[in-house]
Design a protein around this ligand. Structure first.
Ligand code: ATP
Ligand code: MG
Length: 706
């Protein structure tokens, strides 16, 4: 049974284990309060205590408080903490929800009054409608294309940008987009039209829930009145992640009132690409000049050593958010210094990390208290492999394991089909595999669009895995290679609760572990190259810096930062450590580590133009650096493609089985005049020479005569 405590007792319970500033935020009178708090300073603790305090002291009824945040997980965490603080006063009954859940609930209630007879239906997925909209706009409707288009529609709606305003807005912020802006705008327009054209029922997507909720309150005074009688006190956690659309809903809720507490850290803004903006947090005291502004600087999560590194990483930040940075002061007892390590290649890096993890586990750290964090999901593969070999259980968070990824399963299937249909296929295996992967998305250049790029990275990783296998066992054929890859996939541990966490930096936000390994910190990976393409001082590069800051601040005690100079063993060591570590990492941290000889490769091929070693798969296929000038004969290439199409039809095989795009490019560039020159081109073996050599040489000769 719940026993109500005396007011003094519950006050002590709520305030006793808070520091002075946290207490100030909790005790601030009703009205606008802004807590600018760095990572690990107890933001969620403070915000839940404030709610409990206001309720316990009788300032507000539990049912009049609405606490919102952005993810289900964070909302659940808030509810759990509020329940734990309930000493009979009803704190546990406070609504703590995501913006979307709150809007959905309100809309269900108000809909009949504002709309009347038409029902509404929440779309589980907008995929089908976006695909239809893309088709009408004459755009491709492959899975990645549709997903990227859906991402653009979501960004625009979250940013309150209409189809008419899309092109200008994109140009304004220099956004990377998958297709021509006018085309995307047409798809967006078509999408909205398709949704409303259904009979008798309005289809709503998640953003519509928010739009309609705001509109219902804005446009109907009776609805506004009823809503405002019900909710009087608003609290927002992680306020730096608010989108303009969510802010509009929040404004509708407030309706000119100011009983609002927000908590945030502008330096942890890492979701700008979805439309989130810290400007509302940073402008809070301009909008509410009488607001109580509290800064928390004591970091209760990490050792002073980790905190000091976090301070140094963010000290170099530029731009507006940087103006809000706080110098964190570590509160925990001292621990080990963060470790910086450089490795010759990614395999050596992963092997060494797995070894360190094993050591930590052997000396008593729980596997569930260890994390490996990377920039993009495709980086997980080498770590899955290394941990498997070390016999350490793990789980991949916020993405599936490498071999469960859709494109990798598709790739293995395509390889299997080729192996079945053409058992006597010859030619270098890496080239055969690349030809199979090309139509699945392994293009020479990384594609535009986040999801398409993610998929491309995974295919590149698979192609490199194949190179490693072939280097190890030169006689391997496609069947044996597949068996090897399948065995690898099967030997991976199924997900376990108690394993080491593998996660991207984005997915690690808000979490904490005793030991954290930040891996792959090479320039071009963090900051990622497409951020760098906006310029070294650009906002996208600053967002990458904040990602590193988020990563560093996840560690309680042990922190290791590492990078590799080359992707593959034996590859050209052309990489440099992340620019964010300049002046932070000590000069020499080179650790050659126990690079596994079994994955060592032969010397990398060289560029036929500048003679540099070639390391990336597209470069190896082209036999030149991707940046070296192409000396291609375009008309010959067109003729070769026409010829290939005819032959593939005659043979009833897909075009890439005849020659891959990159093989044709290599022919049109190097203009072979005899058999020897032909077989020197990757992708052309003895069998292809016999089948197609005469045709190709004739085509080349024909061009040269003309
Ligand atoms: P992030 O920015 O990463 O989301 P946060 O500011 O939300 O972090 P919390 O997760 O609330 O921080 O707190 C970090 C850790 O510090 C938690 O383990 C929490 O219990 C602890 N903590 C917070 N305040 C105090 C305090 N006054 N005394 C002791 N421990 C505290
Ligand atoms: Mg938090």
């Amino acid at each position: 049974m719940m026993v109500a405590m005396s007011p003094t007792a519950s006050r002590d319970l709520l305030l006793g284990d808070l520091d002075e500033e946290q207490r100030e935020a909790v005790l601030a009178p009703r009205g606008p309060v802004c807590v600018l708090a760095g990572a690990g300073t107890g933001k969620t603790r403070t915000i839940t205590r404030r709610i409990a305090y206001l309720v316990t002291a009788g300032h507000v009824a539990p049912s009049q408080v609405l606490a919102v945040t952005f993810t289900q997980r964070a909302a659940g965490e808030m509810r759990a903490r509020l329940r734990a603080l309930d000493d009979g006063t009803g704190t546990g009954a406070v609504q703590a929800q995501t913006f979307h859940a709150a809007a959905r609930r309100q809309l269900s209630y108000f809909w009949p009054r504002v709309v009347g007879n038409t029902d509404w239906q929440l779309m589980d997925s907008k995929f089908a409608v976006v695909a239809q909209a893309a088709n009408r706009a004459g755009l491709p409707t492959g899975t990645d294309d549709v997903r990227d288009l859906a991402g653009e529609i979501e960004w625009a709606k979250a940013s309150l940008i209409s189809p008419e305003g899309y092109a200008a807005a994109v140009a304004d912020v220099g956004r990377d987009i998958p297709f021509d802006a006018a085309k995307v705008a047409t798809v967006y327009d078509n999408y909205e039209a398709l949704k409303t054209r259904r009979e008798g029922v309005a289809l709503l997507d998640f953003d519509d829930l928010l739009l309609h909720t705001a509109a219902a309150i804005e446009n109907d005074p009776a609805v506004a009145q009823e809503f405002r009688d019900r909710y009087r006190c608003f609290v927002v956690d992680e306020y730096q992640d608010v989108t303009p659309l969510q802010q509009r809903v929040l404004d509708a809720w407030l309706g000119g009132r100011d009983d609002l507490t927000v908590v945030g850290d502008a330096n942890q803004t890492i979701y700008s690409f979805t439309g989130a903006s810290p400007r509302y947090l940073l402008d809070f005291s301009r909008r509410f000049p009488e607001a109580a502004v509290v800064r928390l600087e004591r970091d209760y999560r990490s050792t002073p050593q980790v905190v000091s590194l976090a301070n140094r990483v963010i000290a170099a930040a530029r731009g507006r958010m940087a103006g809000s940075k706080l110098h964190l002061v570590g509160q925990r007892p001292p621990g080990p210094n963060p470790v910086f390590k450089e490795y010759p290649d990614e395999v050596a890096e992963a092997t060494a990390v797995a070894k360190s993890i094993k050591k930590l586990i052997d000396s008593g750290t729980a596997a569930s208290e260890i994390a490996v964090l990377y920039r993009i999901n495709a980086q997980s593969e080498v770590y899955e492999e290394a941990l498997t070999e070390a016999g350490v259980a793990f789980q991949v968070r916020g993405g599936e394991g490498f071999f469960s990824r859709q494109e990798i399963r598709q790739a293995l299937l395509a390889m299997q089909r080729t192996a079945e249909r053409q058992p006597d296929l010859d030619g270098p295996l890496p080239e055969i595999v690349r030809a199979i992967l090309e139509p699945l998305g392994l293009t020479a250049e990384p594609p535009a669009g986040t999801r398409a790029r993610d998929r491309w990275e995974a295919l590149v990783a698979l192609a490199q895995l194949v190179d490693d296998e072939v280097a190890q066992r030169p006689g391997l054929d496609l069947r044996a290679l597949l068996a090897e890859l399948r065995q690898r996939a099967d030997s991976r541990h199924p997900p376990v609760v108690q394993g080491v966490t593998l996660a991207s930096l984005h997915a690690a936000k808000g979490l904490e572990w005793d030991a954290v390994f930040l891996v792959g910190l090479a320039d071009g990976t963090l900051p990622i190259s497409h951020a760098l393409s906006h310029g070294p001082d650009s906002e996208p590069v600053e967002e990458e810096r904040r990602l590193l800051y988020v990563g560093v601040t996840r560690a309680r005690v042990h922190l290791t930062l590492s990078w590799a100079l080359a992707r593959n063993p034996g590859g050209r060591q052309g990489r440099r450590p992340s620019r964010f570590l300049n002046g932070i990492a000590p000069q020499s941290q080179r650790d050659d580590g126990p690079s596994k000889p079994r994955r060592a490769r032969g010397p990398a091929p060289r560029c036929r133009i500048c003679n540099a070693q070639l390391t990336t798969p597209p470069a190896i296929m082209l036999r030149r650096c991707e940046t070296c000038p192409s000396d291609i004969d375009d008309e010959l290439l067109a003729e070769l493609k026409e010829w290939r199409l005819r032959i593939s039809k005659e043979m009833s095989v897909p075009a890439y089985v005849v020659f891959s795009d990159n093989t044709l490019i290599a022919i049109a560039e190097s203009l072979p005049t005899d058999d020897a020159a032909l077989v020197a081109i990757p992708g052309i073996g003895a069998r292809k020479l016999e089948q197609f050599g005469a045709d190709v040489l004739a085509l080349v000769k024909g061009r040269q005569k003309s």
